[in-house]
Design a protein around this ligand. Structure first.
Ligand SMILES: [Mg+2]
Length: 293
């Protein structure tokens, strides 16, 4: 009883301290909550490890098949392929490689995300991309990153299996050296510009051109990223100036592409930023609208 009284008193104190105005969104004054799952939770870490464990097993088997002379295909979409008609070329004699996105795929940008969370902005502001801050972060943050859980083990496994580890990121090509330093700091080894490290020199945020270049040299047996643009720029095509959220979700699951997930394409979780955080209420809940009665 005494305990209950204490709990009631604590609840009353909390209520008294609460702001008088009703909140329209429970999270609107706590944008840092949006960062909790990815950067703070065991569940987020386990989901990343799940992806990397699957990738390791898949890539090693593919490389083994290639060495046995069995047919292996690129996991980069062939030139001219569409999401409706995906196609993948044969690898031929090219040696096996895995292509990784960097940010929130291999590196957790905890320093920069701390700042995004600590600014205590609104929900929308905390999700908006701060171009200037990010450009500074690319230059400053090499020692303030962590490896995504499971990333170091995955990269080590691949290299031991003689599978090349290639980095393809939309970080600016002007940050080549700092990006290589960040990867090294996180325990992900050496990244050589133009050989195993490819960054955005055009500033258009597109990766298909660099993917094609990589696939000219390597048999890309797997790709990993936290955004669908890490697999094909076709996923980022806009309609009437905005991302067609519902259609895009359907395209991801079309029969030909649905089988790629966990079978050559490996997605790392990112509920914090990017295309996955776009869309309005009606696009999230287009149907099945229940309410208690
Ligand atoms: Mg990324």
């Amino acid at each position: 009883m005494r305990r209950l009284t204490g709990a009631l008193a604590a609840a009353a104190a909390l209520l008294a301290a609460a702001p008088a105005t009703a909140q329209t969104r429970p999270d609107s004054d706590q944008p840092w909550r949006e960062f909790q799952w990815l950067y703070g939770s065991a569940e987020g870490a386990a989901t990343s490890r799940q992806a990397f464990n699957a990738l390791r097993a898949f890539a090693v088997i593919q490389a083994e098949r290639w060495r046995m002379g069995e047919p292996v295909v690129q996991r980069v979409l062939a030139p001219g392929a569409t999401l409706d008609r995906p196609a993948f070329e044969s690898c031929g004699d090219k040696k096996p490689a895995v292509v990784f996105d960097i940010d929130e795929t291999l590196l957790l940008n905890t320093g920069a995300e701390y700042w995004a969370a600590a600014k205590q902005q609104s929900y929308e502001q905390s999700r908006a991309f701060d171009k200037d801050a990010w450009a500074k972060w690319e230059k400053d943050g090499a020692k303030l990153v962590d490896p995504v859980p499971g990333a170091v083990e995955a990269v080590d496994t691949l290299r031991k299996a003689d599978i090349a580890v290639i980095f393809n990121s939309n970080r600016s090509a002007a940050s080549m050296q700092e990006t290589a330093e960040a990867l090294a700091h996180a325990g992900l080894g050496v990244a050589e510009p133009g050989k195993t490290l490819f960054l955005d020199s055009a500033g258009d945020g597109k990766k298909d051109g660099r993917r094609a270049t990589i696939a000219e040299t390597w048999c890309v047996v797997a790709m990993a990223g936290d955004q669908l643009g890490d697999f094909s720029d076709l996923f980022n095509a806009k309609e009437n100036g905005r991302l067609p959220v519902v259609k895009r979700r359907q395209a991801m699951g079309s029969p030909m592409l649905a089988r790629m997930w966990g079978q050559g394409w490996f997605l790392l979780p990112n509920p914090v930023y990017g295309k996955g955080a776009e869309g309005d209420f009606n696009e999230i809940f287009p149907k099945n609208r229940w309410k208690p009665h």
